[in-house]
Structure formats: C-alpha cells, structure tokens
Design a protein around this ligand. Structure first.
Ligand SMILES: Cc1cc2nc3c(=O)[nH]c(=O)nc-3n(C[C@H](O)[C@H](O)[C@H](O)COP(=O)(O)O)c2cc1C
Length: 502
C-alpha cells in the first residue's frame, strides 16, 4: 500500500509515555561526534580581524567593507558567542543560533560565482576559528548551483549564496530517529538568524528549498548518507529592489510502498525519499490562505495589536540581542504581562510592522499558511489561564480551553520544569496530510524549518523584552492535542517556552 514516508516517520517518532523509557538508550559519550568539520586542503580566510573596527587590514576601503560585512553576518548568524566548562575540564562553545542539546548539526557553506572578495568556488564557514576555508576553486560552481536549483531566477541576480546542510549523526547520536525533527528545527533557527542578521548588514537571504539534492550534494562533495543540503540561500543587496521570491513550490514524489524499516533507519530513509530528482509543480495553493484557520464560536477573543518592539536606532538592540541570546535554563514564578506577550507575538507573526525600523518586512518562509500557533497561558497578568489559538490575520487570541495547565505542561514536556514554570508555552502545529498533499514528503522539511525560524523570532523578541525563552523539541505528541484542545489534525512541530528568567 502506498503511504507517505513523512507521515510514517512522524508517527513512528512520536514520544509516548508508555514506551519512552523502554526505547531510550544509554548515551555513548565516547562516540559523541565533533560539531566541527575539518578540511585537510584549502585556503583559509580569516574573518576575526574584520570584527574589530580598529583593525585596518591592508586593503582598499570597499574590500574591507565587504569583508567586515561578511564576517559580521556569519558571526551573528552562527558564530560562537559563549563558552561553558564541561565535566572533563574542557570547554563547550555555544553559538548565536540555538541547537537541541547543543549538538549543532548544521553546517554553512558559501558558494561564490566570483565576487570582489571571494574568488569563484566553494567555502565552508569554520565556526571554531571564525574563518572561511576555500576548499574548491572553480568558476563552474555557479552554473552547477543554478542547475541544482532548476534555474531559480534569484540566482541570476547575485553571485553569492549560502547553503545550509546538516550532518545528521551529530544529532542522531543522541536523539536517534527523532533527530531529523531537531536537525530541521535547529536549521530553522539558523534561517531566522540569517534573516535578521541580513537586515543588520544589508543582505537579503532568499530561501530555496526545492533543489536537486543529488546535484547539490555532489557539488559540495558531501557524503550523502552523512550530510545533506537543506536550504540554498542566495544573498542579495538590500538596497536593490527586492524581487519577490518566486516560490519554493516544487513537490517531490509523495507516496510509495514503504518497506519494513527498523528503528534507526527512519531518519535516513525520510531524508533520502524526500529528495527531488526532477521538479514537479506543487499542488495549487490551499484556499483561504489569508484567513485564520480556526474560527471558534466560544471563548474570549483578545486583540494582539500593540505598538511594535523598539529595536533601537539602526537596530542596535538587535545586534546585542543576537549576541547575548541564551536559552533560559530556569524560569521564576513571576508572571508575564499581557503587553509583553502581545509584543512577542507581534514581532514573530507580523514582520511587516518592523519594516520601518529596518527589518525585512516580508522575510522568506517556505509556507506559513500551513503552520498554526497555539499558546498555553499559565501566568500572564491580564489574561485568563488556558489555551488560545493565535489568529495571525485578525491579530487576536481565541481561547480554546479554560484552565491552568501547569501540571499537564510539565508532563507533556517530558517532565521538564521549563514547561511547568513558563508563563506561556507556544505550540507550532500543522496538518501534515494537507502539507504533504501540497509539497509531497518534502513538506516535512519546510514545516520544521519554518517552525524553527518562527522559534528564533520568539527567542530574539523575548531577549529584547528582557524575558527568557527556550525551545523544546521533545514532547508527548499525541497528548498535547488531547490535553490542550488543539484539533487532532494538527501535528505538533515545536514548542517554545516563555517566561521570566530565574
Ligand atoms: C530545536 C531545539 C530544541 C530544544 N529542546 C530543548 C529541550 O527540550 N530542553 C531544553 O532544556 N533546551 C532545549 N533547547 C535549548 C538547547 O539546549 C540550547 O539551544 C543549547 O543548549 C545551546 O544553548 P543556547 O541556546 O543558550 O545557545 C532546544 C533548542 C532547540 C533549537
């Protein structure tokens, strides 16, 4: 019988209270993979010296400006921003973009068709040393990138693109098959950082998710069982007129007969079977794209309209928020204010309100019309406890359940205190069947990347407001819907907890 591998994967990787203990294995700490990629050959370009305004490398002004910009952009997007001691007396470095378990499966590559500072070829961002390694020197790469992206028109307008890939085992070492969800969510946070860091340095990343996987993986010399490309992000100058992104709507084959897959093979199988060989058009866009999905006849409705968060002159608060962002480890019992929750929702779901301050007012997502948002409120001054649907178009909260869920949230988040102590817990969900109908099994990538991207906007908004936030990708899937009253068709993609840091 034909079925969707994305649906199969999702069902098989649900956490369930009856089986979670039996299924979880002891971690082999000796086998933990390094979160860094090394190249034996290649020319290294230092980026650190360009971070300091005093340092004047011996180059002309325009080139220095381009180097500084690239250096700052990569640091803010994925660079090292903190160091913590480890049990064995060493250090673990944290990055500007969060990652489940701090495992950092994402890698960032730069493909240059030849720019004043980057000769044509392939580069890998070496996070540990904040440098670029030029590991392949060829003027053919741009053409090959265009071919891999099925001649996407944006690639005619620039000669510079990032590619985000994932080294699966870095996360699968710990999270096994369910790691694919986290790999995509992590990478989605990184896309959020690319978007806002781009606004700071005058670069606009476009997102291409529909590409020929084999061609792109070959171009980057990836070992496809170990590492796979997730997103191509060409960069345009923001002062140019911004063409709309002519969509990611390329579907891959949806259904086939799925063989018996033992545990441990689900991640690789889903990634491989959501690859695109030749593009086929996506199904027509869902109807009512600009309408809120759930129009509940009962419960209170609270407008989320609010003055936007002020990010400082020239977005000065944005840079500091990115650099100081950390996932909150513990929340205090103090409630949030309704005004704070509104501001956070406004920043996350109404980017157009931030264009005046210099943000991209219409940043790229793959397809936000497929994602819904619910908020479980446990402690927000001025708002009744309960679960609310976030209606992004009318900009209001619509109540679906009417009680305090602290104990249940603690349980649903696998006993994590963050879920219990948060003032508000945000759930991103999607109707998988509808998404798969539209984009094929590839939809699984787009949904989780977009949910992570939204999660990063929540994180940064929380930091700017002096609040705390942490993502949670491990939860009892089935129970979330039952307990909180989220419609059963909505598969839970991701949770973000918000509160006051302890
Ligand atoms: C997709 C995702 C899932 C996460 N899940 C959890 C979680 O379940 N529990 C938790 O305490 N932190 C979670 N985190 C936070 C990470 O542990 C944190 O990002 C990582 O330790 C790096 O620290 P930093 O965010 O302060 O840079 C998650 C982060 C991401 C991006």
């Amino acid at each position: 019988m034909n079925e969707s591998i994305a649906q199969h994967y999702h069902d098989r990787t649900k956490y369930d209270p009856d089986t979670i203990a039996k299924k979880s294995k002891d971690l082999d700490w000796q086998a933990q993979p390094s979160p860094y990629k090394d190249y034996r050959v290649g020319t290294s370009y230092d980026l650190k010296s360009y971070l300091s305004p005093d340092q004047q490398p011996d180059q002309d002004g325009l080139l220095i400006h381009s180097w500084r910009r690239l250096s700052r952009f990569l640091l803010l997007s994925y660079g090292l921003t903190a160091k913590v001691s480890t049990w064995d007396g060493g250090y673990h470095y944290l990055r500007s973009s969060p990652s489940a378990g701090g495992l950092y499966p994402a890698e960032v590559y730069v493909v240059s068709g030849g720019t004043p500072i980057l000769p044509a070829g392939l580069y890998n961002y070496q996070v540990r040393t904040h440098s670029l390694v030029h590991f392949w020197d060829s003027s053919e790469v741009w053409l090959q990138l265009q071919e891999a992206c099925f001649s996407h028109p944006i690639l005619h307008q620039t000669r510079l693109s990032l590619v985000v890939t994932a080294v699966f085992y870095r996360s699968a070492w710990r999270y096994e098959d369910r790691a694919y969800r986290r790999v995509l969510l992590d990478s989605g946070h990184l896309l959020g950082n690319l978007e806002v860091s781009g606004a700071l340095v005058g670069l606009r990343p476009y997102l291409i998710g529909g590409f020929g996987d084999r061609r792109l993986n070959d171009l980057l010399f990836l070992q496809p069982k170990e590492e796979g490309a997730l997103v191509v992000a060409p960069l345009l100058e923001t002062q140019e007129e911004m063409p709309p992104n002519p969509t990611v709507a390329i579907a891959s084959s949806v259904t086939h007969t799925i063989p018996h897959l033992p545990d441990g093979q689900l991640l690789g199988y889903l990634h491989q079977h959501s690859e695109i060989e030749t593009p086929s058009p996506a199904a027509p866009a869902p109807q009512n794209q600009n309408q809120d999905k759930y129009n509940l006849p009962f419960g209170s409705r609270i407008s989320t309209k609010t003055p936007p968060i002020f990010w400082g002159d020239d977005l000065s608060e944005l840079e500091s928020s990115i650099l100081k962002r950390r996932s909150t480890r513990r929340f205090s019992a103090e409630p949030l204010d309704l005004a704070e929750l509104k501001a956070l929702l406004d920043f996350t779901y109404q980017p157009q309100h931030y264009a005046e301050q210099g943000f991209d007012g219409a940043p790229d997502f793959f397809d936000l019309s497929l994602i819904e948002t619910f908020v479980a409120v446990s402690a927000v001054e001025g708002l009744e406890d309960g679960c609310y649907y976030v209606a992004p178009h009318t900009q209001e909260l619509r109540q679906v359940r009417f009680k305090n869920f602290r104990a249940e949230l603690h349980f649903l988040c696998l006993g994590q205190e963050l879920g219990r102590d948060a003032g508000a817990v945000v759930f991103h969900t999607a109707d998988l069947a509808v998404a798969i109908q539209h984009y094929g099994d590839r939809a699984y990538r787009y949904l989780h990347l977009d949910a992570g991207h939204l999660g990063q906007r929540l994180n940064l908004g929380a930091i700017a407001l002096g609040l705390g936030a942490s993502g949670i990708a491990g939860f009892f899937d089935q129970h979330v819907n039952e307990v909180l009253g989220i419609p059963v068709d909505e598969a839970v993609l991701y949770i973000t907890t918000i509160g006051r840091p302890d």
